[in-house]
Design a binder for this molecule. Structure first.
Ligand code: GTP
Ligand code: MG
Length: 342
């Protein structure tokens, strides 16, 4: 019947070898990567803004500290992306909303522009624009887990340059194909980077830092965050594997189109392996968490980064993975066709 034959097709594709001439496209993919990278000048401006905002906020709250997190600090940021900042402050008198409102006043007095406190968002933030640098940013309060997972991503990126290349191209594809919008039921940039780390761990291009002896340790809320962070000692780790960016892109999309077992598997960069949904009790819908694609957060392990995906968007995502896998396998110009707008 139909069922059997479609299973047979999927099974054959599981073992499909990569096209022999895939490496022809490596220069094209590398030049796309380079065109997305922020310039030195832009990075300097981001640092300048961090310094001037820290100074301004510290005069009012001497015990506070401002951190960069997200794409401008995790090394997966494109040119011209917004800046994510996190204010860490220990003030038992004030609620998060009070802190956000007072922060907005401090910024107003400091001549920053377009200040908008968003106190009712899931993560309350203040938005602002700095007229000196022209940069826009969001400041959240006491979201230290994001600061720590930013460091983990940045540390992984230092081990092998191919992680940054792969994640840039996957993010670029996801933005163009409109599958990088969590409020519409597709995945965050953070989730895509974790999917890339997972692939490189399976191919032994990256180690599993959380399984190694911890040299860095912090406790954030109830989460123990510990891992080996002396990554400069690991910069030969993946050298035995000579896969190019083209081959890894093919492997990434082939994995998510044909190899990943959506009914059973959870990807976990914390353990460097696939773990079972059963073991995590992620087999059925709980509240709004549907667990149709399971991506374990490395520190908040009860948190599935795929929880936003629903029964409609899982189809969209899987069709996009298959489209990309097939383009990389058969298209004469994959570095163009892959990025055709949705
Ligand atoms: P772009 O802005 O799309 O370039 O990427 P980004 O790296 O800023 O990613 P994103 O906006 O998805 O997330 C920003 C940061 O917030 C990430 O680097 C994480 O530190 C953090 N973050 C995002 N989503 C989650 C989540 O679901 N759980 C946790 N713990 N942290 C998250
Ligand atoms: Mg961001």
């Amino acid at each position: 019947g139909h069922h059997v034959s479609s299973q047979r097709i999927r099974f054959q594709r599981r073992n499909r070898p990569c096209r022999y001439d895939i490496d022809r496209f490596t220069p094209n993919f590398l030049s796309i990567f380079e065109s997305l990278m922020p310039s030195e000048e832009e990075i300097a401006k981001q640092k300048q803004l961090l310094t001037s905002l820290s100074r301004l906020i510290n005069t009012e709250w001497p015990n506070s500290k401002l951190y960069l997190y997200g794409s401008c600090a995790n090394s997966f940021g494109f040119s011209n992306s917004d800046i994510d900042l996190c204010l860490s402050i220990d003030d038992k008198e004030m609620s998060k909303v009070d802190i956000i409102l007072k922060l907005a006043d401090i910024l107003q007095a400091g001549n920053l522009q377009n200040i908008q406190p968003l106190t009712r968002a899931r993560v309350p933030i203040v938005k602002l624009m700095d007229p000196e640098t022209g940069l826009s940013c969001d400041i959240c309060v006491n979201n230290l887990l994001a600061v720590v997972n930013t460091k983990l991503l940045r540390d992984y990126a230092q081990i092998d340059r191919r992680l940054r290349q792969l994640a840039f191209i996957v993010k670029h594809w996801a933005k163009i194909r409109c599958v990088n919008e969590t409020y519409q039921g597709t995945l965050s940039s953070y989730a895509y980077v974790i999917m890339c780390i997972h692939l490189l761990q399976l191919r032994r291009i990256l180690p599993c830092l959380q399984e190694m002896e911890a040299t860095y340790y912090v406790k954030v809320d109830e989460n123990n965050c510990a891992y080996f962070d002396q990554v400069e000692k690991l910069n030969n780790y993946g050298a035995h594997n000579r896969d190019t960016i083209s081959r890894l892109l093919w492997a990434f999309f082939h994995y998510w189109a044909y190899e990943h077992d959506y009914t059973r598997d959870v990807i976990s960069i914390r353990t460097g392996r696939i773990i079972s949904k059963e073991r995590k009790d992620w087999t059925r819908r709980v509240g709004n968490d549907r667990h149709l694609i399971c991506i374990e957060d490395p520190f908040e392990i009860s948190h599935d980064l795929g929880r936003v995906v629903d029964k409609f968007t899982i189809k969209i995502l899987r069709e996009e993975f298959e489209r990309a896998a097939n383009i990389l396998q058969f298209d004469p110009n994959p570095s163009i066709t892959l990025f055709e707008p949705y």
